[in-house]
Write a protein that binds this ligand. Structure first.
Ligand code: THU
Length: 130
């Protein structure tokens, strides 16, 4: 089963009664383990969380922190891109060369790198003078 298939499977569990936009995310780590997340919305709208954030939280809770590959999927016209905040969250645990596959439930995919998604990223080196 591919990482996109994993993301599609967990997407079914998304709690998205407000946007009705279900998202699934799957992360494979350098250790070869897969962590899953879906969006979890809240009636207090800003309290909702993205699928990618859920997958990252599961990875960190399991004691891992080295992302090797990401997949994200939704039912949309074009492969779903991670939101800006999730790009920064992914970059915390992934090198710029890590592939991110964006997918639609209809089967379209587009793979780019973390650096493609977040050019000029703010990183720890920007705080070298602190
Ligand atoms: N969403 C994600 O889960 N990941 C993204 O990268 C894009 C947006 C969710 C958040 C919200 O529950 C719904 O999609 C609509 O924005």
């Amino acid at each position: 089963m591919s990482l996109v298939d994993d993301a599609a499977r967990v997407r079914e569990n998304a709690h998205a009664p407000y946007s009705r936009f279900k998202v699934g995310a799957a992360i494979r780590t350098s250790a070869g383990n897969v962590y899953l997340g879906c969006n979890v919305e809240n009636v207090a709208y800003p309290e909702g969380t993205c699928a990618e954030a859920g997958a990252i939280a599961a990875m960190v809770a399991a004691g891992e922190g080295d992302i090797a590959e990401v997949a994200v999927i939704a039912d949309c016209p074009n492969p779903v891109p991670p939101c800006g905040g999730c790009r920064q969250k992914i970059a915390e645990f992934a090198s710029g060369s890590v592939p991110v596959t964006m997918a639609t439930t209809a089967g379209a995919t587009r793979t780019v790198t973390v650096a493609d998604l977040l050019p000029g990223a703010f990183g720890a080196d920007h705080m070298d003078k602190v």
